[in-house]
Design a protein around this ligand. Structure first.
Ligand code: SF4
Length: 385
């Protein structure tokens, strides 16, 4: 039985239903899952091997904050922190979501203590997945394999059942299909961006964080068929890459504002859902395959440091591969890694004479007029230069 119903013969209808679900902070699909007796693993940004939870028959839920007041959680954190930490914890404290296990990663100084703080405020276990600090080390894949095995044991302990390798291989195959569909969404954005705007694409992609992945696969295939057949006409908009959405998420209205004057032909929004860039081997040792994929077949973000993937070079590759003519460099307010990287990105773009627009956002911001005027001025300058 499906968790989520939507129109299958109209792209605007499907996207509107997806948007309503995404913005519903009562998380109806997660409630439905729990009502049927299912367990839920919440994992904080940026990347988590969701196949492990899926193979246990659990629903992996991507925790990336929400547009809610952190009424209960605000006092649990110091000031001068990004918003996503507070609103993520608020999801449980404010009873928007109920989890069976929460997993976070020490991605930055601010998030380093998230699992510990979370664990002091809820009754279920909270855990930290330590992704390798140095993916260039020859020992990193073996180390990560052991970390994934540890997380699997934690799930098994709560569940009271073992997770078999066959179940893991099945989940890897399902997620491979999901990754392939997401790549098709982004390919469409690169080749015919007038058929799917950045805000439309975002809601379709983000639903992967709250839907069973098999259901998400059907939704994406339906949306892609409708978008491919869409009778939309190309407009004279600036092709840009949006960078800065790897952790805290900008409001949908911000993306919609950008879409009025730009074709966003690539981005790093919710990059954790697309972290693995090609199929994971679904035939051998499944945890080893997932660990190898994290090391060798992965994207980039300001919170992973891999000498083989200098982030400035990766951004330039993203711009060139998507045929973008400019970049929008954003960062969440108070996000140290994001703001640091903004400086490095700007230098690299200056060196290549690629125009860029710099801005900051917060998940709960509500006024976009100023941004719209500034962005339109930037776009006009680039287009008529
Ligand atoms: S938004 Fe930035 S500072 Fe906040 S948790 Fe994410 S990476 Fe850390």
């Amino acid at each position: 039985m499906k968790c989520f119903s939507y129109p299958v013969d109209s792209l605007p209808g499907l996207i509107e239903a997806a948007r309503e679900l995404l913005e519903d902070t009562s998380y109806p699909t997660v409630r439905e899952w729990r009502a049927r007796g299912g367990r839920v693993l919440g994992h904080f940004q940026v990347y988590f091997p969701e196949e492990i939870a899926d193979a246990a028959g659990w629903l992996p839920v991507k925790i990336h904050g929400a547009r809610i007041e952190p009424r209960h959680s605000d006092a649990r954190f110091g000031s001068y922190l990004c918003s996503i930490l507070k609103t993520s914890l608020e999801l449980e404290l404010g009873e928007h979501l109920t989890l069976d296990l929460f997993v976070s990663h020490p991605i930055c100084d601010a998030a380093r203590n998230l699992a510990a703080i979370w664990g002091r405020n809820v009754l279920h276990p909270c855990s930290i997945l330590y992704l390798p600090q140095n993916p260039n080390s020859a020992a990193s894949a073996g180390y990560l394999h052991e970390e994934y095995a540890r997380v699997k044991r934690e799930i098994e302990t709560i569940d009271g059942r073992a997770v078999s390798d066959d179940a893991l291989r099945d989940s890897i195959a399902v997620f491979n299909q999901n990754r392939a569909l997401l790549r098709r969404v982004y390919a469409l954005r690169r080749t015919e961006p007038w058929k799917l705007s950045v805000d439309e694409s975002y809601v379709l992609v983000a639903l992967g964080g709250i839907l069973p992945r098999r259901e998400h696969n059907v939704l994406l295939a339906t949306a892609l068929a409708l978008a491919g057949a869409r009778a939309a006409v190309e407009r004279d908009l600036l092709r840009v890459v949006f960078e800065g959405g790897f952790c805290e998420q900008p409001p949908l209205e911000l993306l919609r504002t950008i879409a009025q004057s730009c074709y966003v032909v690539d981005d790093d929004l919710l990059i954790g859902l697309r972290w693995l860039t090609s199929d994971v081997d679904a035939h051998g040792d499944p945890l080893r395959a997932l660990a190898r994929a994290y090391i060798d077949q992965s994207s980039y973000s300001p919170v992973q440091h891999d000498l083989r993937k200098p982030k400035e070079r990766m951004l330039l590759e993203r711009i060139h591969a998507s045929g973008a003519h400019a970049a929008i460099l954003t960062a969440a307010k108070m996000c140290e890694p994001g703001l640091d990287e903004q400086v490095a990105y700007a230098r690299a773009l200056d060196a290549e004479r690629i125009p860029y627009f710099v801005s900051e956002f917060e998940e709960r911001m509500s006024s976009f007029d100023h941004l719209q005027i500034q962005l339109e001025t930037f776009v006009e300058n680039v287009l008529f230069d």
